[in-house]
Each structure stands twice: as structure tokens, then as C-alpha cells.
Design a protein around this ligand. Sequence first.
Ligand SMILES: [Zn+2]
Length: 147
Amino acid sequence: MLISADALMHMYRYRQCSPWAKEAGGQLFGTISAEQILVTAATGPYARDERSRYRYRSDPAAAQHAILAQAESGLLYLGEWHTHAEDHPDASGLDGEAMHQLLAKSQLNSNALLMLIVGRMLTVDSLGLWSVTAERVDQWHLEYIIT
Ligand SMILES: [Zn+2]
């Protein structure tokens, strides 16, 4: 799996580096081929999201709008991202629950959604990546960041 520099830079703008910064997040978009999942764009946060220091939920209407807009440029909805005020982010029970709810509600081409959590640091171990299906949650390890 590859995450484009554009998508990463978008998410990095919302890292929770100050003690009062709230969680931010949104949706991930890209392409899937036999060889590679490519995340090329990240959207959000949106004006009507639920945001606090330790919680983020996208405004469902804004998320749906983003999904339709990205589909027009040929990009698939791949999952969700949000920030954590941690250096080595771990998915909370609520995060897993939220992903399962999204899976149940969404009409997807695939049966899995990605969940990316962006920690405070610029290192690769400050990015947490999970894939979520109805049956299971798997953590993935990103190998490196090209700068
Ligand atoms: Zn979280």
C-alpha cells in the first residue's frame, strides 16, 4: 500500500502538536489494483464534524459529499483517517466500533475499509493503519516515508 505525499501532507496539517488541538479527520480515496492499494487523496475535516481532544466523527453529509465528488474524478472511497494526541497511535474501542458501523451502513465495492490514525510525529511509527471487515480488524505496518 502506498500513500501519496499529497494525501499525507493534507493529514499532517492537522497533527495534534499543541496541548489544546482537537482531533481532526476525514476520508481516504484512491485506487485499487491487483498489485497495489494507492491512497492518493485525503479530505476533511469538515465544519460540522464532532471534534474534541479525544474524539472525532465526520459529519456524515459532508463525508457523503466528498465521496461523490471524488468518485467523479475516478477515485474510490477507501476508508477513514483521524488524528490522535499520541506519538504511537493505537485504535480505541470506539474507533473500531465506528468503523464497523460505517461498514454496515456503506455500500462498498470492497468488503474492507482502511482506518489510518495520524499521531503527533513525522515518523512512520506515528502512523497507525488498520483494515476493518465485518469479521476482523488487522493492523498493518507501513515501512517508510519518502521525504
Ligand atoms: Zn481514535
